[in-house]
Ligand binder design. Structure first.
Ligand SMILES: Cc1cc2nc3c(=O)[nH]c(=O)nc-3n(C[C@H](O)[C@H](O)[C@H](O)COP(=O)(O)OP(=O)(O)OC[C@H]3O[C@@H](n4cnc5c(N)ncnc54)[C@H](O)[C@@H]3O)c2cc1C
Length: 402
């Protein structure tokens, strides 16, 4: 039997700066399985088990859990080092993590408000891919207006009893835990009387229904809670701390979540241009004034996006808070990516040799991205909500009429 993994075994532990970058680049080049490459036509997408195995290997290579303390399985590195690794991960055509909610939302919030026992139990399980998390915030009557949520948690005896319904819960059907936001006070209390829980998804009384999305996949779900008993040990923070904690989750989601994103968009652009060169009609578009100007605009968007992330990382590294600035990143990446993939979709429809393997692969990738891009201006806060936050909190404009 193999010895259990220790985070001190990771080869990258002693590396820094450019050596860390080289380690990440070489590891990804050598270890990304062919069927994970989103720039190739593959017969079958990776299964959940294959994704878990690959992501656990990424962690053992020192490329996940970079800033989390070593006591909880992380690598105790700086945010700047996290950015270096994210740039390399983004430059590779691979799928998003199946546990991004665990790694990018639940993990940071547990580090911020969890107790010692919770950190020791939940965090290594996320990194080792033993526990996949989902995020149970939105409800049928509470999306943008999250403070209107009605799922209730009542303290009965030594346990919390949860009743209610969540919706749009991405990946709930495959999750082991739910980061649940529930009301411990009354609906009139709005921001007060809310609590976050780490609910095991196999608890009796939880029912999950899959919802089919525009791409034909069943990625998000409705989750029903009927008299679900949650241990006190799975409540994160104090009963009335839920709103502040939720706002922290959302600002993480907007500011530093998936930092690799801008570099992934750049990878998509490189793929688009190289595939266009393989098809005579698409190659002609690269020479066409209109498409050249549109592509150049997107090129500028991508540079600005990278700048946003680098600025946020510098600010956080200098101990400043990012506050509402995450809304600027969220607004810009979602709108820019929508423009980009719509343009790519329009261009690729003009291919003269659609059966060429390069053209089939790029069309398949962008068809997928195009369909998913409609959701990008909705999840993690809609465009209208981000604009409202920017007007209020950054520009401090007087409150206007709705
Ligand atoms: C792909 C995807 C994955 C998701 N995953 C999750 C998940 O894992 N967990 C989770 O909890 N949630 C998830 N969500 C839900 C997401 O957070 C909500 O859809 C989002 O917050 C919007 O809420 P809503 O759908 O209820 O729309 P509503 O809030 O009803 O908004 C409807 C429209 O009204 C506009 N609007 C609302 N309020 C205002 C206002 N004050 N000013 C101006 N315009 C306004 C909105 O911009 C929008 O255009 C996901 C959503 C999508 C699309």
């Amino acid at each position: 039997m193999n010895a259990p993994f220790s985070n001190s075994d990771a080869p990258s532990l002693t590396l820094s700066g450019e050596a860390l970058r080289t380690h990440a680049r070489e590891w990804l080049e050598k270890n990304l399985p062919e069927k994970f490459r989103t720039d190739r036509m593959v017969d079958a997408a990776p299964t959940l088990e294959e994704s878990k195995t690959y992501e656990a290997a990424l962690y053992r290579a020192g490329l996940v859990g970079i800033t989390w303390p070593r006591a909880y399985g992380g690598y105790g590195r700086t945010l700047r080092e996290h950015l270096v690794v994210s740039q390399e991960i983004g430059s590779v055509p691979m799928p998003e993590s199946v546990n991004s909610i665990g790694k990018e939302l639940a993990g940071p919030i547990i580090l911020a408000i969890g107790n010692e026992e919770q950190k020791k139990s939940y965090l290594p399980a996320i990194l080792e891919m033993r526990e996949i998390w989902c995020q149970g915030f939105s409800e049928p009557g509470a999306g943008s207006d999250l403070a209107g949520l009605r799922t209730r948690a009542e303290k009965i005896g030594g346990k919390w009893r949860v009743n209610g319904q969540k919706i749009w819960t991405s990946g709930a059907y495959r999750a082991q835990r739910c980061l649940l936001l529930a009301r411990t006070g009354t609906v009139e209390d709005r921001h007060r009387g809310l609590c976050l829980f780490a609910v095991p998804m196999d608890t009796p009384g939880i029912r999950v229904n899959k919802i089919r999305s525009i791409d034909g996949k069943e990625s998000f779900c409705e989750v029903f809670f009927d008299d679900v008993e949650v241990d006190e040990a799975d409540a994160l923070g104090l009963p009335d701390e839920g709103w502040n904690a939720a706002i922290r989750v959302l600002s993480i989601e907007r500011a530093t979540n998936r930092m690799h994103r801008s570099w992934r968009f750049e990878n998509e652009m490189r793929h688009l241009v190289s595939a266009c060169n393989a098809d005579p009609a698409l190659k002609a578009l690269l020479d066409d004034g209109y498409y050249r100007r549109q592509l150049a605009r997107i090129g500028v968007d991508l540079e600005v996006l990278k700048g946003h992330i680098e600025t946020v990382v510098e600010a956080l590294s200098d101990g400043q808070s990012v506050g509402a600035r995450g809304s600027i990143s969220k607004l810009h990446w979602s709108e820019a990516h929508q423009r980009f993939v719509a343009l790519a979709f329009e261009m690729l429809a003009k291919a003269s040799k659609p059966d060429l393997p390069e053209v089939r692969a790029v069309r398949s990738r962008f068809e997928n991205l195009y369909l998913l891009s409609f959701a990008e201006t909705i999840y993690a806060g809609t465009t209208e909500i981000q604009l409202g936050i920017i007007a209020d909190r950054i520009m401090q404009l007087p409150k206007g009429r709705k």
